[in-house]
Design a protein around this ligand. Structure first.
Ligand code: FAD
Length: 322
């Protein structure tokens, strides 16, 4: 028996969640007293296997099929790996790709599936934790099944860092091309997609406190002065002031930068769900009771229209005349 995790990569790079799956998977494997295997499907599988060879992994399976994610390739491959390994648990990332194939795989294999898992506990039955009502409530569930599938939320487990020495095995799959349904012809980012905020080390994030679209250049100037990337809360995107790929939060992106500067953002649970994994959180907000201060490491309780120009000057930038 084993726990089988499936790594995720995009545009030639392993995503952080792949390394987080190792720690979550190790936890689960220890609960069950089993091994942890991790599968890499497509892309530079040999390079990825070396990168993923971290302490905690017992076996790495490489499946050399295609470059980018393809639903049919993933579902067929995981079903074949499952038939071969008969894992206790399938551990998948709760990402756009993971949520694309996890339900299909669970359905095909007749496995119970729990999504967006943020915690795991051992015992006779494994207990998982999920959030409800936009993060206001945490609920726990016992998984009462011998075999099951979980998707884990990115940034909830630490990345596995220490190098390991797990054997790497090429796994041969037999892909039924006629059943694939879709073919990947290329990859095109949506407008403004030159920036991936999940990869940024420093994010300067703007919220409704900015008042109007014409004021956004003030925050852009701070991001420029700091060499940071601009992101936002949802109302900014809903208003069409910044593109969707800049949105942080439950219905946006989950980010884990070294520094997250929240400017005029209240810290609603749906926003916090996307940025609480940042190493250092700095908030600028006039309201000392704003919930963002519950999680901020540093705070400036003041008017952003005073504070931001002063910061831009301090860091050698040019504040625009609004
Ligand atoms: P507000 O809550 O309006 O906060 C503005 C803040 O600016 C206030 O705290 C105020 O004190 C401060 N402020 C005002 N003027 C100044 C000034 N001059 N200087 C300094 N501070 C000032 N939200 C997200 O962000 N991401 C999501 O992914 C997301 N998903 C959602 C999913 C669902 C299903 C739902 C129901 C909601 C979702 N939301 C999401 C919306 C979320 O509930 C909040 O409405 C939103 O995060 C609020 O954005 P905000 O903090 O920018 O605005």
């Amino acid at each position: 028996m084993t726990v089988l995790a499936v790594a995720e990569h995009r545009r030639g790079e392993l995503r952080d969640v792949s390394y987080e799956l190792i720690n979550a998977g190790r936890e689960l494997a220890d609960e069950h007293g089993t091994d942890l295997a991790i599968a890499i499907i497509g892309g530079d599988v040999d390079g990825f296997a070396d990168d993923l060879n971290r302490t905690g992994v017992d076996t790495i399976y490489t499946v050399d099929e295609g470059e980018e994610f393809n639903h049919g390739v993933y579902t067929q491959t995981i079903e074949q790996l499952y038939a071969e390994l008969e894992p206790t648990a399938l551990l998948l990332p709760n990402t756009v790709n993971g949520l694309d194939y996890a339900p299909a795989v669970a359905g095909a294999l007749d496995l119970p599936l729990a999504t967006d898992v943020i915690g795991l506990e051992g015992g006779d039955a494994v207990e998982i934790t999920r959030e409800q009502y936009g993060g206001k409530v945490e609920t726990t569930y016992d998984i009462d099944a011998d075999q099951y599938a979980l998707t884990i939320r990115p940034a909830e487990w630490p990345v596995a860092e220490e190098a390991g020495d797990a054997p790497i095995e090429a796994f041969d799959v037999d892909i039924d091309e006629s059943a694939l349904g879709t073919t990947v012809n290329g990859f095109e980012e949506v407008a403004g997609g030159d920036v991936d905020i999940t990869e940024a080390e420093v994010l300067v994030s703007v919220g409704r406190g900015i008042e109007e679209e014409d004021n956004i250049p003030l925050i852009e100037a701070l991001a420029d002065a700091l060499g940071a990337t601009l992101s936002s809360s949802r109302p900014i995107v809903d208003n069409g002031w910044l593109p969707q790929n800049r949105q942080v939060g439950q219905s946006g992106k989950v980010v884990t930068p070294d520094v997250y500067i929240a400017i005029g953002i209240s810290g609603a649970v749906q926003h916090v769900a996307g940025m609480k994994g940042a190493d250092t959180i700095i908030a600028i907000n006039t309201d000392p009771n704003a919930p963002i201060y519950d999680i901020a490491d540093y705070g400036i309780v003041d008017d952003l229209f005073e504070v931001v120009p002063a910061l831009i000057e301090e860091f050698g930038g040019d504040a625009p005349n609004l």
